[in-house]
Design a protein around this ligand. Structure first.
Ligand code: HSE
Length: 413
């Protein structure tokens, strides 16, 4: 018999408890034992729920109950989640979590503590919602050297972009809908500014490359600057704009990692991943490209991954020694400005033809784009491959009257 506790009864937490009761028989059959939710920790009361008697506000009760062997942390945020998880592992209890921020910031440390205390710390739900990605990467792709990861890792922003592109819905209305559907973070700025994607690519990169990639070392840009004009130019180029989290191993062993909106060719496997769906492309030296696809956010998809981890912990007789990574040096991730890309650039200028002539001179061999209702003094084109530093140098030669309206990297997957 495994007695478990759930920390947090928000969207994911309530999904975990409901799923536990809905599929109790098959969950127990797969775990090979009875499993019972003994406590649910939340600062709120839920008197109308059939399992209202399980709620507690006292974390110490859970920590000091020897019957509790598995705890699901689904509160989100760093504090008090970090303090709670650390204490639980130190008290010999295994923890599973959906908390991306916690794993991205403290993963190396918590995995180390788990190993020391001979318990498990699992986090399948922290990336890709219901998509199995952590375990397949760690186990099924174990024979590969992973060289590159690129993914649409945030359901909310992918949902917003899809609604904007296909339904001409405004950014605000699409975000509101994503919040109502339970996709967005408590503070949706983390979604639209790319921080949620950043945490997820950090987790995947840490796992793939074996040393911790900290979010503050990863260049992060969200979707708040994107306009329907950029979308139209992307279509003329032959693709779409997606928010991508990407990490790649460089020949010297360092990494490039970044989160940014990117032009993706229409034939890319990532181009048709729409709505709340996530897609993650893993490039292995033996497998080539492997793509994982599914619902990346929402109550039950995420709860599905949390409960699966709880089943695995209940079944495990030993600590998973191989699910871990080392801490890393500060300069482990290179400055994205030194990494070469092709760029989409969009300008407008009161200088008219003069500006266009200078752009053509500064950026020879570019591919020029067009859109419906394109104003005479607006230009958009794709540059040849260059570093961000080289781009900056060329842009500095333009007149003050010339306005760079947007700059978006191209990716080729
Ligand atoms: N806010 C996140 C998303 C939730 O939209 O993908 C799942 O991590």
């Amino acid at each position: 018999m495994a007695k478990v506790a759930v920390l947090g009864h928000g969207v994911v937490g309530s999904g975990v408890v409901e799923l536990f009761h809905k599929n109790k028989d098959s969950i127990e059959a797969r775990a090979g034992q009875h499993m019972e939710v003994k406590y649910i920790l939340d600062i709120r009361d839920f008197p109308d729920l059939p399992y209202h008697d399980k709620f507690t506000k006292d974390f110490q009760l859970i920590l000091n109950d020897p019957e509790i062997t598995v705890v699901a942390e689904v509160m989100g945020g760093l504090s008090p989640a970090f303090e709670y998880v650390k204490s639980l592992l130190e008290h010999g209890k295994s923890v599973v979590t959906s908390n991306k921020e916690l794993v991205a910031e403290k993963g190396a440390l918590l995995l180390h503590i788990a190993k020391e205390h001979n318990v498990n710390f699992f986090f399948e739900a922290s990336v890709g919602g219901g998509i199995p990605i952590i375990r397949p990467m760690h186990q099924c792709l174990a024979a590969n050297e992973i060289t590159e990861i690129a993914g649409i890792l945030n359901g909310t922003t992918n949902f917003i972009l899809t609604k904007m592109i296909h339904d001409q819905m405004s950014f605000d209305d699409a975000l509101k809908m994503a919040q109502e559907l339970g996709y967005a973070e408590r503070n949706p700025a983390a979604d639209v500014e790319g921080r949620d994607t950043c945490r997820k690519i950090c987790i995947l990169a840490s796992l793939a490359f074996g040393s911790h990639v900290y979010p503050n070392t990863v260049y992060t840009e969200g979707i708040t600057n994107l306009t329907l004009e950029d979308v139209a130019y992307a279509e003329d180029w032959g693709g779409v704009i997606k928010l991508i989290g990407r990490a790649k191993k460089l020949p010297d062993g360092k990494l490039t990692a970044g989160v940014f909106p990117a032009f993706i060719g229409e034939h890319s496997q990532l181009a048709n991943i729409d709505d709340v769906f996530n897609g993650v492309l893993i490039r292995g030296d033996a497998t080539g490209d492997v793509v994982f696809y599914g619902r990346g956010a929402g109550k039950f998809p995420t709860a599905s991954a949390v409960v699966a981890d709880m089943i695995d912990v209940a079944k495990a007789n030993t600590t998973s020694k191989s699910l871990s990574w080392e801490d890393s040096a500060e300069n482990h991730v290179v400055d994205i400005q030194t990494v070469p890309f092709s760029f989409y650039l969009r300008f407008c200028s009161e200088r008219g033809d003069e500006c266009e002539a200078q752009l053509r001179e500064l950026f020879p061999d570019s591919t020029w784009l067009a859109r419906k209702k394109q104003p005479e003094n607006e230009w958009a084109f794709i540059t040849p491959v260059m570093t961000g530093l080289e781009l900056q140098e060329r842009l500095a030669r333009l007149d003050e009257a010339d306005q760079l309206l947007n700059r978006i990297r191209l990716l080729d997957y």
